[in-house]
Structures are given as C-alpha cells and as structure tokens.
Design a protein around this ligand. Structure first.
Ligand SMILES: [Zn+2]
Length: 415
C-alpha cells in the first residue's frame, strides 16, 4: 500500500525516483572504464549549460582539468556571473559558512533528484525501502505541516536542537516503542543519546540500519555507534548542500557517488591527504565545477571487496577544518587532536571547545555523563598545556548549545 503512495508523491513532485535509482544501481556493476565514459558524457552536457554563463563561457572548449578551481568565496562573490539563466533556478539554499555568514547555493532540480536517488540507492544497498519506518534525529523542530508529511512518509522526526538529558530519555523511549527499521541521526545527537543510555544502562532498539550525516563523523563517535548497535548496519551519508558526495557500502567503505560528481584531490601531502574538488554533473543552473569543498580527504588505491568500482574515500578530515591557533604562530588541526582529547574525557558525555584565535583563550564546556561521579580534569588541562601550549578554562554545563540549524560544532573559533 505504502509504496504506491510514494510513487504518487513522485508523480506529483515530478521526481522519477524509481527509474533513476534503477539506473544508478546498475552502475554497481560497471567497470572503471564505463564509469569514466559516463562521467565524460555528463560533463559535456554540463559544459553546454555552463557556456551560457559569462563566468564559464571562455572555457567552452576546455577539458575539465583546465577549468579553474572554484573556491567557496568565488562562488559566492561571482554567483551572478556563474548562473546560466536559461530557466528559473529550482531552489536557493543557504548554508552556514565558516565565518558564520550564510552562503547562497543555487540548486537545480536535477541536483535534488540526484540526492534523493542517492539516498534511495543506499536503502537498496541495505535491503531497505523508502516505506520502512524511520526515526530521524536531526535539525530543528519542523512546522506541524512538515511533521504531518513525515508521518505520512512513515518517518518520526526528532529535533537535534539542544538535547538535554530529559529529551534524550524521551527519544530513547520513542525509539524503543516505535522499533524503526532505520535510524538516522546527526552524529553528535546520537552520541548524546548513547551516553545517557550507557549511564542508565538502557538498551536501545537495534534497527536494521543506522546512518549518520550532516556533521563531521569523528572516529570516536563512529566507534561508539558501532558498539551500541552491533546488530545494525552502520552507514554515513557524506553530503553537502552542493552535492551528494558518497555513501558507505555494506562492506563499510565510503564510495563516491560517481553518477553525480567527478572528484579530484589536489595539494596532496606526503600521506595522500589533499583538498577535495567536486564537479556536480547536474548543477545546470549555476555550475559547480572543480569546487573546493573545504574538506581534506584521502582516496583509497584499493578496490572495495563489495565489487563496486566507484572510487573510495579512505579518510575525511572534516569539513572546513578547524584549527587551534597557537601563541607561536602554529596552526594545529582540531581533528588531529580529537581522538586524544576524547580519550581523556572520562565521565564526560559531550564537550565543545571555544577557541579565540586572537588571544588563544580556550574554553572547554562539558556535560557530565554520570551526574554524581567526579570528572578528573587534570589530564585535560595537562594535554592542552603540554601538547598545545595553551591554558584552558573548563566549565560544566547542562547541555551543549547547538547551532540554529540543529547541528553541533565540537570546535568553534571565536574572535
Ligand atoms: Zn564497497
């Protein structure tokens, strides 16, 4: 019954998901050569659209590698020139820039279709369907109408905004009562839930699939999720506003959505980690070509045992990487310290670091896990002093403030 409803929604919205997902799934059996041939064809099509913009017109005869690297700033400042104007842009989305100013991204209908298709592809990979029950933990509270739409789609929406202890317990109860086949969560929201579940010795219902997205997935959070859901598949949807980038396959590796993007890694260091550039093959309204996303990644040289020939991302070093600015002028990536810091956080459920780049003042706000148990703060203080040469103020708080989007930043640079 429900699957007809979904097909009806597709008909009304004009997104032919079923046909698209069949095509994208067939790619699972393609050779590397077939994938590259497909990408070449799609890029030619994108180029035809790009030629309608004054920004890209001069590159009409060029190959991809000769296109300029597009920074986020250039995209924002030159957006008027980048737009192709051959039709009305389908949608404008705003994303929070690293400086805190929202940035405008033009979304074509084809980009949105690619995203929805990618999501459906993931469900297929794990033997699931759209109509399976899902508990979705992320974002801010939706309007009543949206909530109803979710119910209609067999989804239960739970906000990730400022999750307190009471809220976490309520969420766990909902999950255990609803027994969803799928749980989605922003990584931080899941971590808080699991922390309270541990403290109270509560079991959480094991769905068939638990997947994350929207925020950086730090390795320590991924480990915690896997530990708590040993019977579930665990996947990560690596998306940004600009494109669906990759999905974890059932063999646990992140495959690039090569039906949607062409990926490149430039400025590689000795370990092969470099800046990820994406070309969204469907960005017809405002071409996203060799766009520097702000993430540092490493691609794998090995093929995945699942048999798919799409490229694999071995590591993602975070989105718009945050740095400690040290008094001696050095910049140290937070991601290089996150595991060590987490290992010193005994009885700490969650934390947030606020770092002032001009004065090096650093504040470490934390939420206790077991309320009536002490937290030993000395190892943390020592770590900051010895490893980073900065002193830190530690404050216990009831919950960590989320951003207005419901996302959580573990590290925040303030000026
Ligand atoms: Zn795989």
């Amino acid at each position: 019954m429900h699957s007809y409803l979904f097909q009806l929604i597709d008909l009304i919205t004009g997104f032919n998901l079923e046909r698209n997902v069949k095509h994208v799934l067939s790619m699972d059996n393609w050779s590397r050569q077939q994938i590259e041939h497909y990408q070449k064809e799609k890029f030619e099509l994108l180029k035809q659209h790009a030629a309608k913009s004054s920004f890209y017109k001069p590159y009409n005869q060029e190959e991809l590698r000769n296109f300029p690297v597009l920074s986020k700033d250039t995209y924002t400042n030159e957006l008027d020139k980048i737009c192709t104007y051959f039709r009305k842009p389908y949608r404008i989305e705003f994303t929070s820039g690293s400086s805190g100013n929202p940035r405008k991204i033009v979304i074509s209908k084809e980009m949105l279709l690619a995203k929805r298709t990618s999501h459906l592809k993931m469900l297929h990979w794990y033997g699931l369907k759209r109509e399976n029950k899902e508990v979705y933990i992320g974002g801010i509270s939706k309007s009543m109408l949206y909530q109803l739409y979710y119910i209609f789609k067999n989804k239960i929406f739970l906000s990730s905004y400022n999750i307190t202890r009471e809220k976490a317990l309520q969420y766990i109860q909902i999950i255990n009562r609803q027994k969803p086949e799928i749980i989605f969560g922003y990584p931080y929201a899941l971590m808080v839930l699991l922390g309270y579940a541990e403290e109270l010795n509560l079991q959480i219902y094991q769905p068939k699939l638990i997947y994350t997205g929207a925020e950086n997935l730090y390795p320590e959070i991924a480990l915690k999720i896997k530990k708590h859901f040993p019977e579930s598949y665990f996947a990560n949807e690596y998306w940004s506003t600009e494109a669906n980038i990759g999905i974890t396959c059932p063999h646990g590796r992140m495959h690039i959505d090569e039906d949607t993007i062409i990926s490149e890694v430039i400025n590689q260091d000795e370990n092969g980690v470099g800046d990820l550039l994406i070309t969204n093959l469907f960005s017809y309204d405002a071409p996203i070509i060799r766009y520097q996303l702000g993430d540092k990644v490493k691609l794998s040289e090995k093929e995945c045992s699942c048999g798919r020939h799409t490229k694999i991302i071995e590591t993602i070093q975070g989105r718009d990487i945050d740095y400690f600015i040290l008094p001696d002028g050095r910049k140290i990536a937070f991601t290089e310290n996150s595991i060590q810091i987490a290992s010193l956080c005994e009885n700490i459920l969650a934390y947030q670091i606020l770092h002032k780049s001009n004065t090096y003042e650093t504040q470490f706000n934390y939420v206790k896990n077991v309320k009536n148990k002490l937290v030993n703060l000395e190892p943390l203080k020592n770590y900051f002093r010895n490893q980073l040469n900065i002193s830190v103020t530690l404050n216990e708080v009831d919950y960590i403030e989320t951003e207005s989007s419901g996302k959580h930043k573990v590290f925040k640079t303030i000026s």
